[in-house]
Design a protein around this ligand. Structure first.
Ligand code: NAD
Length: 422
């Protein structure tokens, strides 16, 4: 019998054997990759649990399809279903031009307050990469999803608001900045509450998954009261809430000041050996170097919205590009989660049955892990890796591999299904 996933007051899920999971098919290449992915999901579940478990898929509308059928890009019923059924999955959506919606994805994240954008970045053997050792990248990014310069509070250079705001900043706040005539202004809200809930989710994840560290990535050297505060709140949270489970670089600094560097290093080493999560920080521009030079030093990343956007794509490029990088938007308090392909609609390739469905397939495996169906997740991931290892790939990888077999999107799904059953 089809049933809803339930969630209790602390965000813990109760998952029935036949959960109803809403999906948005997506625009552009969305239908091609969804049709491929859903067959893989169903096969993985069947193989893992036989007749005992099955996902009951429920289509909900957003994007062009929603607009054509209902006149709305993001119908209220869609958000209501995502809220009601707790966990959902989506393909890429067109950003409507005009009409007052900046991005449907941003609207979904805001309406459900999905404050974590979670992106695991790992390399699958055989995937073409521009670096020599992509296998050294194994990170999970926790990107703050609701604040920062992405909040959408900005004013056009020629607007009255920008003019007034400039005047206000100068006259009321004594801002000493030589504003030029046509200056656009943007506001960067970063709250303690928003930062702490994101960093808490990252630390909880690191502890649960036995990860060695959480790195707070920020530009606090320049933006002291926003990005600098993010870092400080992170250290405060780690020390006040996690006690012995973590060791922070702030604690190391304090020890160094009182006991000397040797003692501080020894305590750090003991903490690492004891399996404590090391909480550290790194400035964002340096981090972009570090992911190329020393990626092994990083495991779980907690960062603000804009940094997270850049970092996710840079890391995705290292491990194979947006055709394979999965993602999720999660509210760890309410339990609401939307899993999604991280690439866009690639409209030029719509209905060509040629694009790579790996991003949405791996997003689905994240979803299975989220609902506790780890066996299905592992089976699908292994079968996908096997398919790529055998060099049976879609055009994006085919063009960069020697001796590969070119498969259509649907054939790639067939190959994965074959490997699930082999
Ligand atoms: P895009 O990701 O759609 O495509 C850029 C290029 O990446 C494509 O031309 C293609 O070469 C490659 N690519 C993308 N997905 C691929 C896949 N699955 N397999 C192989 N190659 C793939 O980015 P864009 O062209 O900047 O954006 C197109 C539309 O998508 C815009 O309307 C944009 O707003 C929207 N978009 C949506 C999302 C989302 O829904 N999460 C994300 C980004 C962009």
């Amino acid at each position: 019998m089809a049933e809803k996933i339930n969630v209790n007051a602390s965000g813990a899920l109760t998952v029935p054997n036949n959960p109803i999971i809403p999906f948005i098919i997506g625009d552009g290449i969305g239908p091609d990759i969804w049709k491929a992915a859903v067959r893989v999901f169903d096969e993985g579940v069947k193989k893992a649990y036989a007749a005992e478990r099955q996902i009951i898929w429920k289509e909900i509308l957003a994007g062009q399809k929603a607009y054509d059928e209902t006149g709305s890009w993001l119908p209220e019923e869609t958000i209501a279903a995502m809220r009601d059924y707790v966990v959902s999955i989506k393909g890429p959506l067109t950003t409507p031009v005009g009409g007052g919606i900046r991005s449907l994805n941003v609207a979904i994240r805001q309406k459900l307050d999905l404050f974590v954008c979670q992106r695991p970045l790992f390399w699958i053997e055989g995937v073409p990469s521009p670096v020599k050792h992509p296998e050294n990248v194994n990170m999970v990014i926790f990107r703050e999803n609701t604040e920062d310069i992405y909040a959408g509070i900005e004013f056009e250079a020629t607007s009255e608001q920008a003019l007034n705001l400039k005047g206000y900043l100068t006259s009321q706040f004594g801002v000493d900045y030589p504003f030029k005539d046509e200056t656009a202004l943007g506001i960067k809200p970063v709250s303690k509450e928003g930062s702490v809930r994101l960093i808490r989710a990252a630390i909880d994840y690191a502890i649960k998954q036995q990860q060695p560290s959480v790195s707070l990535v920020h530009k606090g050297n320049i933006m002291k009261f926003t990005e600098g505060a993010f870092k400080n709140w992170g250290y405060e949270l780690a020390e006040s809430e996690y006690g012995d489970q973590v060791f922070t670089w702030n604690q190391w600094e304090r020890l160094k000041a009182t006991e000397g560097e040797e003692v501080a290093n020894k305590v750090l080493q003991q903490a690492q050996q004891a399996g404590k999560v090391i909480i550290k920080d790194v400035i964002a521009d340096n981090f972009l170097q570090q992911i190329l030079l020393n990626p092994k030093d990083y495991a779980v990343i907690a960062t603000l919205n804009l940094n997270g956007d850049y970092i996710s794509d840079a890391l995705a490029a290292i491990v194979g590009g947006i055709g394979i990088a999965p993602g999720a938007n999660i509210n760890y308090h309410s339990g609401h989660a939307v899993f999604e392909a991280t690439h866009g609609t690639a409209p030029r390739f719509a209905n060509t049955d040629s694009m790579n469905p790996s991003s949405v397939i791996l997003s689905g495996t994240m979803m299975f892990d989220y609902i506790g169906w780890h066996e299905a997740s592992a089976l699908i991931k292994t079968a996908l890796a096997k398919t790529i290892y055998k060099k049976e790939v879609t055009v994006d990888f085919y063009n960069q591999m020697e001796g590969a077999t070119l498969l259509k999107t649907s054939e790639f799904a067939d190959a994965i299904i074959g490997n699930i059953n082999s």
